[in-house]
Design a protein around this ligand. Structure first.
Ligand SMILES: Cc1cc2nc3c(=O)[nH]c(=O)nc-3n(C[C@H](O)[C@H](O)[C@H](O)COP(=O)(O)O)c2cc1C
Length: 372
């Protein structure tokens, strides 16, 4: 994934001034979202992304049965999302009745919208005939969607679905699933432009997403490999989609969806924040993870995020952090949060001092605007 300290970027863009993405009564404006990523886009990360300008975020996938069984976990996740509107909760499941029950449960607890997962490629999910495995069972996928829509109707809540292009290269049936989705009342769709067999290899096929877009009249969000202005433009141009969703591009860069939103508003992709602001954001995120998970779990969970932050860190000339590998090793072993914070501050201060004169990051202003 590109991790450059990207300079501001002015382009004549197809992305500019696009209409909002409408999901039921919610308007996502500009139409760009943070993708759900299990183990990554948890409440601390989503909250930060929102504060940095992401117009919408989606909760990580919850298995329908788990949502019901571990109601306290589900409740905690929803509580932590008080400030996310719409609160979109993603559910996975195989049994239409169980999914319907989980839909009612999440809506009762305060979710605003439900997203159904038909894209997860992980064996532990597909072995239970959930996630992308359902693309091989269009009738069952349709039954799940219909049950979810019926369960959500009394709440007036929209149900969306997220899928891949198909199970394999010779079975790219996303347009068919999309038609079934529209027929049972699904409000909007997201398509990750890869097959299940590809997992995350190869490039996302944005052109194929156009076939889904042409198959239905409900909004379609394109997803896969969007990391900057050029990829966002290409994705929208090739897919003809109504909106874009960004996942791994947010590794170590929680501001990226805010940047994309600003770009869609103004045609200018803001600068990445300078190292001193990245240090503040990284530490704020770190502390939020410790408080969300508790010290022991939080320390361990935070390591991948710290590692991504170091990898993404750039001085004003686009150079990475000197000694990043050794620092990463040290941070991965460090058990004292105060020491982790000190090491981060020192590292980002070294980076701040390096390179050409400062061009203060526009991302500061994204946060300010969001808070206003
Ligand atoms: C670590 C990880 C976890 C993910 N978890 C989910 C998930 O819970 N639900 C889902 O619909 N997609 C999940 N995805 C897929 C992403 O939402 C997205 O479709 C995919 O990463 C492609 O977009 P990107 O190239 O912008 O990352 C996950 C992806 C990754 C890398």
């Amino acid at each position: 994934m590109p991790t450059a300290y990207s300079a501001g970027n002015d382009r004549a863009s197809d992305a500019k001034a696009r209409p909002a993405l409408r999901i039921g009564s919610f308007a996502i404006d500009p139409p760009v979202l943070l993708a759900p990523m299990s183990g990554v886009t948890d409440p601390p990360f989503r909250r930060l992304a929102r504060r940095l300008g992401a117009p919408a975020v989606v909760s990580e996938m919850i298995a329908s049965r788990e949502a019901l069984r571990e109601s306290r976990v589900t409740l905690n996740r929803l509580k932590a999302e008080r400030d996310e509107r719409p609160r979109i909760v993603q559910l996975a499941g195989h049994d239409p009745a169980a999914v319907a029950e989980a839909v009612r449960f999440c809506l009762d607890l305060g979710a605003d919208a439900i997203d159904l997962n038909f894209g997860c490629p992980a064996k532990k999910v597909t072995n239970k005939e959930c996630g992308s495995a359902l693309m091989r069972e269009p009738d069952r996928a349709a039954a799940i969607m219909e049950a979810a829509v019926e369960a959500a109707a009394p709440h007036g809540a929209p149900v969306t679905a997220k899928m891949r292009t198909g199970w394999a290269a010779d079975a790219r049936n996303a347009p068919e699933i999309a038609r079934r989705a529209e027929a049972v009342g699904i409000a909007a769709l997201t398509v990750h432009g890869r097959t299940r067999d590809q997992k995350y290899a190869g490039a996302a096929d944005w052109r194929f997403i156009r076939e889904v877009k042409q198959a239905v009249s409900i909004p379609v969000t394109a997803n896969g490999d969007v990391v900057d202005a050029a990829s966002l433009d290409a994705c929208l141009a090739q897919s003809g989609a109504d909106a874009v969703m960004i996942g791994r591009g947010a590794y170590g860069r929680p501001w990226i969806v805010g940047q994309a939103a600003q770009y869609m508003r103004t045609g200018r992709w803001p600068d990445d924040p300078p190292p001193s602001v990245v240090a503040d954001l990284t530490i704020e995120h770190y502390e939020a993870m410790l408080s969300h998970y508790g010290r022991h779990r939080g320390l361990r969970h935070a390591r991948k995020h710290l590692s991504w932050s170091l990898k993404a860190a750039r001085d004003r000339d686009g150079r990475g952090l000197p000694g990043a590998a050794a620092l990463r090793d040290r941070l991965m072993r460090e058990e004292d949060p105060a020491a982790v914070i000190r090491l981060l501050r020192e590292a980002f201060a070294r980076l701040e001092g390096a390179g050409a004169p400062d061009r203060r990051g526009d991302v500061d202003r994204l946060g300010a605007r969001e808070a206003a």
